[in-house]
Design a protein around this ligand. Structure first.
Ligand code: GDP
Length: 298
């Protein structure tokens, strides 16, 4: 079985091949910068981060009198690392009993899969987990979740005709009563028409705080790394409404959009707790800026 690092490399190869090849045998001139600019934009680094990186790179090339394309690539790696390092922050466990995490994300982002992976991760770190099935709008999802919970030693709190905020409140109460370490509150990623998703999520957040003063301690957004600039729009919208504490970026295996992390770092530097690099339960890794940059530019 290949290590996760080699899978990350393979996963980001679509992004890295365009970025890396343009340096091969290149002269340091306007053409190189132009090619780099479009490669960064194609990788979804966004206008702001792309401009920032290009300006910083030109400055560095001048100051350090770089003459080889290979040196320019190394300089770019350093700049990317500086940009992405602030996103690197581990999810700290054991700060609260229970630690309450609200999990948000639009449908299809990989929320259900990520919750499963997170539950596994938490159990590996000796944390007991209760899950609030707060996505009450997907009926089948609730049943699936209960079966999944039984198999994986995760108590799932759900309600037949549930109000998601009430489900969240019950889960927090249950965790307090049983001494469970972590509560994960799943939330809807899309609502039947008319209702406003953000209002619904804000309400859930308020009701969680009624169950436990300091909670939720974490508000996570799960985003699909393939959606590029749309991912950035989601980060902004959810952060404005909920005040995000962390991100999980999924599907970074096989994407040409790995640059989106640079866009996030430049515009909304919210910690990236984990990255998803596959569909299996173990395909979740804490974000490490150095490893990511190495995979991106090799
Ligand atoms: P939800 O609608 O947000 O709950 O999304 P799901 O968890 O159902 O995931 C949607 C699809 O994305 C499923 O086919 C998952 O297997 C897939 N998926 C989730 N995370 C990853 C990942 O990190 N890599 C890959 N390749 N697929 C993923």
């Amino acid at each position: 079985k290949r290590s996760w690092l080699s899978r990350l490399k393979a996963g980001l190869s679509k992004t890295s091949s365009t970025l890396t090849t343009l340096f091969v045998g290149a002269r340091i001139d306007d053409d190189l910068y132009e090619e780099l600019e479009s490669a960064l934009l194609v990788s979804d680094a966004g206008v702001e981060a792309t401009q920032f990186l290009l300006d910083a790179l030109k400055k560095k090339v001048k100051e350090e009198k770089l003459t080889e394309a290979e040196q320019v690539k190394t300089a770019l790696k350093t700049l990317l690392l500086d940009l992405l390092t602030p996103l690197e922050k581990p999810l700290e466990l054991g700060r609260h009993q229970p630690l309450v995490m609200m999990i948000s994300g639009v449908n299809g982002a990989g929320k259900t899969t990520t919750i499963g992976k997170l539950a596994k991760h938490l159990q590996t770190h000796h944390q007991s987990v209760v899950l609030a099935a707060g996505d009450t709008f997907r009926a089948a999802a609730r049943e699936q979740l209960t079966i999944w919970g039984e198999r994986n030693n995760v108590t799932v709190i759900s309600q037949e005709s549930g109000d998601p905020a009430a489900v969240a409140f019950d889960a927090v109460a249950s965790a307090k009563a049983r001494g469970t370490d972590v509560v994960m509150v799943d939330t809807a990623g899309r609502l039947p028409t008319q209702l406003h998703l953000m209002e619904e999520l804000k309400k859930i957040k308020r009701v969680i705080a009624k169950g436990m003063d300091s909670a939720p301690h974490e508000v996570l957004l799960i985003i699909d790394g393939n959606t590029g600039q749309n991912a950035l729009a989601q980060v902004k919208a959810f952060d404005d409404a909920l005040g995000l504490t962390g991100l999980v970026i999924t599907k970074l295996d096989g994407t040409a959009k790995g640059g989106v992390l640079a866009a996030i770092a430049k515009t909304r530097p919210i910690p990236v707790y984990f990255i998803g690099i596959g569909e299996q339960i173990e395909d979740l890794q804490p974000f490490n800026a150095q490893e990511f940059v190495d995979a991106l530019l090799n």
